[in-house]
Design a protein around this ligand. Sequence first.
Ligand SMILES: O=C(O)CCC(=O)C(=O)O
Ligand SMILES: [Fe+2]
Length: 249
Amino acid sequence: MSARVDFIPAAADVARAGTRLADHDWAAFAAAMDGHGAAVLPGVLSAQECRALAALYPHEAHFRSHIRMARHGFGRGEYRYFRYPLPDLLGGLRSAFWPHLAGLANDWNARMGLARRYPDQHADFLRQCHDAGQTRPTPLLLQYGPGDYNCLHQDLYGDLVFPMQVAILLSEPGRDFTGGEFVLTEQRPRMQSRVEVVPLCQGDAVVFAVHNRPVSGSRGSYRVTMRHGVSRIREGQRHVAGIIFHDAA
Ligand SMILES: O=C(O)CCC(=O)C(=O)O
Ligand SMILES: [Fe+2]
């Protein structure tokens, strides 16, 4: 019997991914997440790594399913959910990001009056997901062409939800594509919605709120509802890798 299961990445891949996140200013990160519900980590992947990850798109063997967004009313464009085991780089990043996010996520849940607390290791949260019947991997690769867009949405796949997720831009804006801005909306109680455009360069990661986040008010924190999407691609092709931390039912 092997102790390793295919949804847990190799320790060496997590350690390698961890070194590229270590130098980031995580205090500034927490301030941006609290202030805006999103934060950018520049240059998480090199241009070469971005190209290599985007080049996986046509290779069926890496993926469990293929979604054409127009068929579901999700927008226009397509994406594929990876199968386990994830590519080493992506699986490593998913686990390496976790310790930088879990504390803030616990803080958010406390401020929103939600009982759930997240463990120190992503592997332990994945075990909770799998025990609850959320066993299908959610990391994905998206591909957009001219005229494509991604409607505002939330990536919820069951009762177990981690409140932050990551998207890494694999294409180079201005050269590979134009248009295609990453956008977030924030819906506040009894107020009109607010929009935030997040400019990204190739290889940058945006971390953002999946569903709800706390905002400090005069009488403590209140909850706002977040959605994300992508504006219309004007020209060229745009690829993105998405890292969602909960698995799907
Ligand atoms: O294409 C994008 O930038 C957004 C992708 C997305 O919706 C996701 O990663 O969940
Ligand atoms: Fe999404």
